[in-house]
Write a protein that binds this ligand. Structure first.
Ligand code: BGC
Length: 813
């Protein structure tokens, strides 16, 4: 192997093998190791994507313990509705400033996994169902954060679209889908954002854990995309540390005590890991440490202007809010309109999701405190429903009584805090029944109902007939309440557009039969047909299409001109109100010899126009516009021929289109018969045989092996079938606790995490208190080998204690 010149050669040459190894794992939950004798400081990592979650006290990765106060901006799912990368970059700057002020060197975000199903618990943390939009938004964030000297850490690389058993699942996906859907967003983020770090996902991708996946980390990330930064494992997501370092991962988080050091040093001594590779990883990590540390010192930890950042959060939210419905132009409401405010979310806003991204906001706007200043005449407030779903007739009656006397009723509805969280997926797409019943009761007495919706991901919306207008705030951050009032009263003309499709019902979704993955496998049988790519191709009617959103004004498109490099057109604001339009460019190849979705988003631009104003819009078509991934040649290719370029205001509303000829590779032979579902787009029921033809290999066996020994990567809940009676007892206790927590409507995230955690997680998550050897011995006990288990556990415990004592002695002396 050719030796790469080391940037910090002098330091690396001075380091002992043990010191090098120590750098490859965290010092604790949030920091890297410092080596004082060589002037290597420790740097700090913190969540999260839409605000800083810097924990000063007890640490955790599930949002359980408090963190320092920071501005909570709209979550990524809201931000993407702005379709405004410049705004994303501004948010990035603000995040960077706040991170620095709290001594954070690496900000763990943005999250840009694809929204494969509306039910993924973390959808609120992700941008879109479309990789192009997600990639553009993510790269803007990254640039903004890094311009402040803080490193951004886009996550979770890759194919991580399910929370259930996220640490042990295997995403089984064909190469073309992997490249075109699940990696393209990351590719844009890496090439255009140049993040200094990247977080690998918990799951396996085609049988290999993401953190040690050479195909992902080495062949694609480093060799193809030219990533030069540092790969950080997700918390507890490192499986085989040595394999990780070989594949291109640098930092295992959090601390694994002496295990990490020992694994690396032993591998080097035994010749399984070349010291040259280790040196390279150390060198790259040192570059991150020194550059971010210097930036923090130079720019200083100045306190940020909380009020200015709060105002920024409001401005951002205003740009993300989506107006879904506005019959009889009920909105905007005139000054002095008598309104009744109904719904628990008006009192306690739902403004962010749960889990590691949870921010402790600097302040929090409440509708009820602000409505007085909005110019609306508020007749009163009624809670209307319990957000935990419990029915309550009395609350409904009170709300109906109030609604009867109002000109307009503002109903604040949404998903509760417990529904959208890291660590668990939603069970259904619908809103709680008690909220819909309340809405029906209100619309029966007053036909001027405006629903204000708070939810970080897609909900079923058959209830929309009960409302004249619907304003979707998503999870709009700490200043969302006022931003929504500004939209309701017309101070702000809504300009958000949906970054994901709202299907009519859950059964219509492409991964309906495949999500969540059972036992170990998550089979991505729907292939390329994610979100609108499916509904649009097959012609499935949807409630609200991808890219959709209304405005208080109207726009007209004309003069489309198209070349291989760009699309030009003219847009006019034809209404009476100033406002912004999102021009969306879709590309189609109707006569394609390769199967593909009917059309795909390949460009967009948000443009603000005064009433009556026209402007020329120029949208570049980049290298992603015409390419497809050819699994046979294993490279990106452009199919030569005619393409249709469309300009529209959402995927279903195309205003102008033109055809162009694009040069490319020789046209492949059409192979419809081999993959009929993928050619028709009817992918809801793909057979094993056809999926195997798509994969090009047999579907790996992902079933749990009953009656066999449990291993390191089996989950704690698999103790249900353990050989040891004791282990089965432990399972029963855990299971009873989990059932209780499920019923309580306030799931215990910690418990869920443990329940679904693979055994290796016990060692990987507890800072060296338990070593991997101890877990191995524990597994012997679980597998019914009590005598050897106890003896090995004792030996492993003593060894771990001895190593820790040795390490402590070295540190102190
Ligand atoms: C999450 C990451 C997060 C990390 C640290 C993990 O559970 O998946 O997104 O950055 O914890 O809190």
């Amino acid at each position: 192997m050719k030796e790469k010149q080391l940037k910090y050669e002098k330091i690396v040459r001075n380091m002992t093998l043990e010191e090098k190894a120590s750098l490859m794992s965290g010092k604790n939950f949030w920091e890297t190791v410092n080596i004082d004798r060589l002037g290597i400081p420790s740097i700090t990592l913190a969540d999260g994507p839409h605000g800083i979650r810097r924990q000063a006290g007890n640490a955790d990765h599930l949002g359980l313990n408090p963190s320092l106060r920071a501005t909570c901006y709209p979550t990524a799912s809201a931000m993407a509705n702005s379709w405004d990368p410049k705004l994303g970059e501004e948010v990035g700057h603000h995040l960077g400033i706040e991170a620095r002020s709290q001594g954070v060197h690496i900000l763990l975000g943005p999250g840009l996994n694809m929204k494969r199903s509306p039910l993924c618990g973390r959808n609120f943390e992700y941008f879109s169902e479309d990789p192009y939009l997600a990639g553009k938004m993510a790269s803007a964030y990254i640039r903004g954060i890094q311009e402040e000297g803080v490193a951004s850490c886009p996550k979770h690389f890759a194919v991580n679209s399910q929370e259930l058993r996220r640490m042990s699942t295997n995403s089984v996906v064909d190469e073309r889908t992997l490249r075109e859907i699940y990696l393209t967003g990351f590719e844009i983020a890496v090439k255009e954002g140049k993040p200094k770090t990247l977080m690998s996902a918990y799951n396996m991708v085609n049988g290999v854990y993401a953190n040690e996946n050479e195909h992902l980390l080495k062949e694609i990330l480093t060799e193809e995309w030219g990533f030069q930064g540092v790969v950080v494992s997700d918390w507890g997501g490192s499986n085989d540390h040595v394999a990780g370092v070989i594949a291109g991962s640098h930092l295992e988080m959090p601390s694994t005590g002496m295990d990490g050091i020992l694994e690396i040093t032993t591998a080097v001594n035994e010749g399984r890991l070349s010291e040259q590779v280790l040196d390279q990883r150390v060198d790259e990590l040192l570059d991150l440490i020194f550059t971010t540390d210097r930036a923090e010192k130079e720019k200083g930890k100045n306190p940020f202007d909380k009020m200015a950042h709060h105002r920024m959060a409001e401005q951002v939210a205003e740009n993300c809010i989506v107006l879904l419905k506005n019959e009889e132009q009920l909105l905007p409401l005139k000054q002095g309109t008598q309104v009744a405010v109904v719904g628990d979310f008006a009192k306690d806003p739902r403004y962010q999701g749960a889990g590691s991204s949870m921010v402790n906001p600097t302040r929090l706007d409440h509708t009820l405190d602000l409505i007085g200043q909005s110019g609306l005449d508020c007749l009163g407030y009624a809670q209307g429903f319990h957000r935990n779903g419990e029915p309550d007739e009395k609350l409904v009656e009170e709300a109906v009584k109030l609604a009867q006397n109002a000109e307009v009723v503002l109903v604040y509805m949404g998903l509760s805090e417990q529904k959208e969280s890291e660590g668990m997926d939603r069970k259904e797409m619908s809103l709680p029944k008690n909220q819909i019943e309340l809405l029906r009761a209100i619309s029966a007495v007053n036909d001027k109902v405006v629903v204000i919706l708070s939810a970080g991901s897609v909900v079923e919306m058959s209830w929309d007939v009960e409302a004249k207008a619907i304003v979707h705030g998503y999870l709009a951050g700490q200043a969302g309440a006022n931003a929504i009032l500004n939209v309701l009263t017309g101070r702000v003309c809504p300009s958000g557009r949906l970054s994901e499709t709202y299907p009519i019902c859950y059964e219509d979704t492409p991964a309906y039969h495949y999500y969540p993955g059972k036992e170990r496998n998550c089979e991505y049988r729907e292939g390329l047909y994610i979100g609108y790519r499916y509904y649009d191709t097959v012609g499935i009617p949807v409630k609200y299409p991808f890219g959709y959103g209304l405005s208080y004004t109207t726009f007209a498109y004309k003069n489309l001109r198209v070349s291989r490099e760009r699309v030009c057109l003219e847009v006019t604001n034809t209404g009476n109100v100033d406002g912004a339009e999102v021009v969306q460019i879709y590309v189609a190849k109707p006569d394609s010899r390769v199967y593909r979705p009917k059309k795909e988003l390949k460009g967009f631009q948000k443009i603000f126009l005064r009433a009556g104003e026209s402007a020329k819009v120029e949208i570049p078509l980049d290298d992603k516009a015409f390419r497809y991934f050819n699994g046979k040649t294993n490279r990106w290719e452009v199919e030569a021929g005619m393409y249709t370029i469309m300009a529209g205001s959402n995927v279903q509303e195309i205003h102008l289109e033109e055809e162009i000829f694009v040069e490319g590779s020789p046209v492949p032979r059409k192979e419809e018969t081999k993959l009929p579902s993928y050619w028709s787009g009817q992918i809801q029921d793909v057979s094993d045989e056809e999926f195997e033809r798509l994969l090009g290999h047999p579907i790996p066996d992902g079933s749990w092996k009953h009656g066999e020994d449990l291993g390191m990567n089996d989950t704690i809940c698999q103790m249900q079938g353990a050989k040891s009676f004791l282990a089965r007892m432990v399972f029963r206790v855990l299971d009873a606790m989990k059932k209780k927590s499920d019923k309580s409507r306030e799931p215990n995230l910690n418990l869920l995490f443990i329940y679904h955690m693979p055994f290796r997680g016990i060692a990987k998550m507890c800072a060296g208190v338990v070593s991997m050897d101890m877990v191995r011995a524990l597994l012997e006990l679980v597998n019914g080998r009590y005598v050897s288990g106890v003896s090995h556990l004792f030996t492993a415990y003593c060894k771990n204690q001895r190593l820790k004592r040795g390490a402590r002695r070295k540190q102190s002396g």
